[in-house]
Design a protein around this ligand. Structure first.
Ligand code: MET
Length: 350
């Protein structure tokens, strides 16, 4: 009863109090189905049936950070490190474009080796030489000047997940960094005119449902254009190796509530979701997601980009992955997005 009231309010007003979010996150059995149906209806109403594909190029797994949950952390001496040259990055983007992926995400660990001008030059060439429809950056915390230079070079979007809205948990899991600093950067990126993506990890050790409700409210407050929501997956070469992974159902509930409260925000069915369960991505698309980000990092590097182990589709050819993703999209009576798939929230967006 309480549940149905909160769900109806979310579906109609796209606004909930912390307490009401908690009620939805505690959905069980048929309530979970009702949550999925509501999120799917809001997705269809505001974003239509297009599922946007974004090719992700993971161009370096060097990282100066030491995040407890991440396999790329600097104390992981067992990981083979790599960096793609600008030429390799451009070649990977050309291949992605040839396979029909209109936009590219450049992601890496926090690797100061790529100075701001070097990355700016790559961005410029991606737009001018390769003709990439939109370039998204996801290279972590840098200076305002760096972000400005990249924006001027033609970068359109920036992904910087807030990871967790629990400030104490954040500081514990990301030594030497603070939530406040991360949020400041999200503000800078918005000021610079990026389409900004954030997001959070579900099932982190020490996280509560209250923290997850705060995550969703923070995404809403930030009014992000994108939000990546995926389960925690323990990596064997990290201090969190023995912790249990985030649960599929809880991740789906966080995704669905986010869709209800952020009706026009792009939400990916994350690779992490597809990694903890074989139907994870399909379920994500049924719980409000409208984006998929296939890995377009060339082998063998892709294998070494181990944020978490067992990444879905790791050993497949890109062609094979795309065929199965398109089949998945068609099987849900959805369509593959055409064009750059800009946020409907920005001018000139669809
Ligand atoms: N290092 C970047 C960040 O923290 C990209 C994702 S983490 C591998 O946002």
């Amino acid at each position: 009863h309480e549940f149905m009231e909160a769900l109806a309010k979310a579906r109609e007003a796209h606004s909930l109090e912390h307490q009401e979010i908690l009620i939805l996150l505690q959905a069980r059995g048929e309530e979970v189905d009702a949550l999925s149906r509501a999120a799917d209806a809001v997705r269809a109403k505001y974003l239509g049936d297009e599922v946007h594909l974004r090719g992700i190029i993971e161009f370096s797994n060097y990282c100066r950070r030491n995040c407890l949950y991440c396999g790329l952390r600097r104390d992981n001496r067992q990981l083979r490190r790599y960096r793609l040259t600008p030429g390799e990055i451009l070649a990977a983007a050309r291949k992605a474009a040839g396979l029909g992926l209109p936009t590219i995400v450049l992601q890496s660990g926090e690797d100061p080796h790529y100075t701001a001008p070097v990355l700016a030059d790559i961005i410029r060439r991606l737009k001018e030489e390769v003709g990439v429809g939109a370039v998204t950056l996801s290279v972590g915390e840098r200076s305002f000047e760096d972000y400005r230079l990249w924006r001027e070079a033609g970068a359109d979007r920036y992904l910087l997940k807030h990871e967790t809205a629990g400030a104490a948990l954040f500081a514990r899991l990301r030594p030497g960094t603070t939530l406040q600093d991360r949020l400041l950067r999200l503000k800078w990126l918005q000021e610079l005119g990026y389409q900004v993506g954030s997001g959070n990890i579900v099932g982190l050790p020490g996280q509560s449902l209250e923290t997850l409700a705060a995550d969703i409210l923070l995404l809403r407050e930030l009014d992000v254009e994108m939000a990546g929501i995926g389960p925690f997956i323990p990596h064997p070469q990290t201090p969190l190796a023995k912790e249990p992974p985030g649960e599929l159902e809880l991740t789906l509930k966080v995704l669905a509530v986010s869709r209800l409260l952020l009706p026009r925000t792009h939400l990916p069915a994350t690779t992490a979701l597809g990694t903890i369960h074989p139907a994870g991505r399909r379920l994500g698309l049924c719980f409000g997601a409208n984006v998929i980000m296939p890995d377009t990092t060339p082998p063998p590097y892709r294998y070494y980009y181990q944020i978490y182990p067992g990444k879905a589709g790791l050993h497949e050819e890109m062609e094979t992955t795309l065929v199965s993703l398109k089949n998945l999209i068609f099987s849900l009576n959805r369509r593959v997005g055409s064009g750059p798939g800009h946020s409907p929230k920005i001018q000139g967006g669809m």
